[in-house]
Design a protein around this ligand. Structure first.
Ligand SMILES: [Zn+2]
Length: 125
């Protein structure tokens, strides 16, 4: 019996039945029904990769954003890979931090941490 052979049940009463061929089919011992239902379990391995990016802005009562945190998946054009990134812009503490990790290995591929005032210009990499 192979893995994808269906399990048969009686369509009338739902009891498991031995199914031979439709021609040799005998009425169900329990309800007399000739109808059969085949149950095939199909296991599919679906590889779904979801990319997510969240951005959280922290305000202290007022309208001024004190902390801006972006984290999630980031596509790196240079390597053609998706990285996990976390960027924190902390205006209250004048701090800028950026960490990029390899999605597969978790290794840090890029890390920047510096006072926000020194991060005015994006650096060419
Ligand atoms: Zn039956």
């Amino acid at each position: 019996m192979s893995d994808d052979a269906p399990d048969w049940t009686c369509s009338g009463c739902g009891r498991a039945v031995e199914e031979t061929t439709p021609e040799k089919r005998t009425p169900c011992l329990h309800c007399g029904s000739l109808a059969r239902t085949a149950h095939v379990t199909v296991t599919e391995t679906v590889s779904v990769t979801t990319y997510l990016k969240t951005r959280a802005k922290h305000r202290d009562g007022g309208t001024k954003v004190l902390r801006d945190i972006t984290e999630g998946d980031d596509y790196h054009r240079k390597t053609g890979k998706w990285n996990l990134m976390r960027r924190v812009i902390d205006r209250a503490n004048n701090w800028y931090e950026e960490i990029f990790r390899d999605r597969d290995s978790g290794a840090i591929v890029h890390h920047t941490a510096e006072p926000l005032t020194e991060h005015k210009k994006p650096k060419p990499d």
